[in-house]
Structures are given as structure tokens and as C-alpha cells.
Design a protein around this ligand. Structure first.
Ligand code: UDP
Length: 242
């Protein structure tokens, strides 16, 4: 079966790698994710990944406890590299060629982020994992995902979350909450629907990069989403409720 995408960017939050743990990385979860990415890659789709670090450290939390915000953010960025390397290891054990590119130089463990080189890796079928966020404090890995997607000309950003899409109100507290099949960037920004942070949405909007929000909870969803099944909410279309 053909795939609708040639090159995609998958955003995995740090929490996605944590599973049911309260901190850190669940190796089984990482393995499951790696298995799905392997399948997508083997079907010919070029996959770039941006990983978060919230399972280890969040700058904003550090700042709340009195740390200098920029320092705390650098720690958060370094945390994402641990996640990136963990995912890399798991993918390589499945026989997939990968590269981690870090926005903060640490050449012993990762390549520096070089846009053209990242694109070349993707063209050669390697999975490129972007670590260390954007390299700048006061940003998030969601914004990094939007930025890298624009830089590498990805056709779509896949945002893996805990819920199966975007709702008009919180489905946990409102049983009548309705799920959007698709919606506009402006709607997300105006209603402050927490899909990704505002900077990330604005960047995708400016560059006309659609965002597919889908749930990681069900096994196989990464494959389904990246292979083009409409299993979540598409941001960047018109407003439609399912
Ligand atoms: N971070 C940053 N600049 C970036 C990306 C990330 O300073 O460009 C820091 C920030 O402190 C953030 C942490 O890295 O809290 C982990 O990233 P994020 O919270 O986005 O991870 P996720 O929520 O996706 O797990």
C-alpha cells in the first residue's frame, strides 16, 4: 500500500517515553515506539523525530523552585538528549540506521544540528532524532518540532499525545465534549486549545504545515497516523467536529 507522505516529523513528548512511571524512561514503551517507527521507515516514509524531556526535567518547574530560568532550560534541553539517545539505541537494535543531531554541541554522543546533513540522512532512509530542543532557552520542544519541520520541509507534524485528538472542552470533565476532526490554526490560537504551545502553532500556520494530533495510548497508532489513517485531529484544515 502506498503512503501519502514522503517526509514527516514526529513529536514525542518526554512523558510519552515514561509510560506509567512517574519519572524517567520505560524501556518497553520506547521499544514499542521504536518498533512502529521502524515499520513506517521500512515502508519508505522519511521520519524525523523531535523528543521532549518532560519525563526528566522541565525548565519552568526548575525556575518555579528558584533556579535561574535559562539554566533550568538548558538542563531541560540536555534531558532531551538522553531521551534521543535512548530512542536511537532502541531503533538501532531493530536494524534501523539513525542519527541523533543535537542543537547543543556534544560531539562525543551526537552530531551537531546541521540542516542539510539532516536532510541528507533522511534521503538515505535514516531516522533523524533531533535532541536538545532548539538550543535556546525559553522555548519548548513543540516549537522545536514546528521549526525543524519547516527547516527540513516535512509535510506534516505528528503530535503524539495522551488523548485521541482535540476536543471543544475537556473530555475528562465534560462527557459531552466533542472531538474535532479538523480545525484551523486560528481557532486553536483563539480558543487556547492546548494542542501545542502558541509559538509552535503560529510557526506551523506561517509555513502551512498541518499538525496531526493523535493518541499514543493505543498500540499501532504511530503506524496508523504516519501511514495516513485519519485517526486524530488535523490542525490546518477547516473546522469540523466528528
Ligand atoms: N527546552 C528549551 N528550549 C527548547 C526546547 C526545550 O529550553 O528549544 C527545555 C525547557 O526547559 C523544557 C525542557 O527543555 O521544559 C523539556 O522540553 P519540553 O518541556 O518541551 O518537553 P516535553 O513536554 O515535550 O516532554
Amino acid at each position: 500500500m502506498g503512503t501519502p507522505y514522503q517526509r514527516v516529523l514526529l513529536k514525542l513528548s518526554g512523558e510519552a517515553l515514561m509510560g506509567d512511571l512517574s519519572y524517567g524512561i520505560d524501556p518497553t514503551i520506547v521499544d514499542n515506539i521504536a518498533e512502529e517507527i521502524t515499520e513506517v521507515t521500512n515502508s519508505g516514509v522519511q521520519v524525523a523525530v523531535v523528543v521532549g524531556g518532560g519525563n526528566i526535567f522541565r525548565g519552568i518547574k526548575g525556575a518555579a523552585s528558584g533556579m535561574d530560568r535559562a539554566t533550568a532550560d538548558y538542563i531541560g534541553m540536555i534531558a532531551t538528549v538522553m531521551n534521543a539517545m535512548t530512542l536511537q539505541d532502541s531503533l538501532e537494535r531493530k536494524g534501523v540506521a539513525t542519527r541523533v543531531q543535537s542543537a547543543i554541541e556534544m560531539q562525543e554522543v551526537a552530531e551537531p544540528y546541521i540542516r542539510r546533513r539532516a536532510i541528507r540522512h533522511l534521503e538515505k532512509g535514516r531516522v533523524v532524532i533531533f535532541g536538545a530542543g532548539s538550543g535556546n532557552p525559553f522555548f519548548t520542544t513543540d516549537t522545536t518540532a514546528a521549526l525543524r519541520a519547516a527547516e527540513i520541509n516535512a509535510e506534516v507534524v505528528f503530535k503524539a499525545t495522551k488523548v485521541d485528538g482535540v476536543y471543544d472542552s475537556d473530555p475528562k470533565t465534560n462527557p459531552n465534549a466533542r472531538r474535532y476532526q479538523s480545525l484551523t490554526y486560528s481557532h486553536v490560537l483563539e480558543k487556547d486549545l492546548r494542542v501545542m504551545d502558541g509559538t509552535a502553532i503560529a510557526l506551523c500556520k506561517d509555513n502551512s504545515i498541518p499538525i496531526m494530533v493523535f493518541s499514543l495510548a493505543e498500540k499501532g497508532n504511530i503506524c496508523r497516523a504516519l501511514m495516513g489513517e485519519p485517526i486524530g485531529t488535523l490542525v490546518g484544515g477547516s473546522c469540523e467536529v466528528s
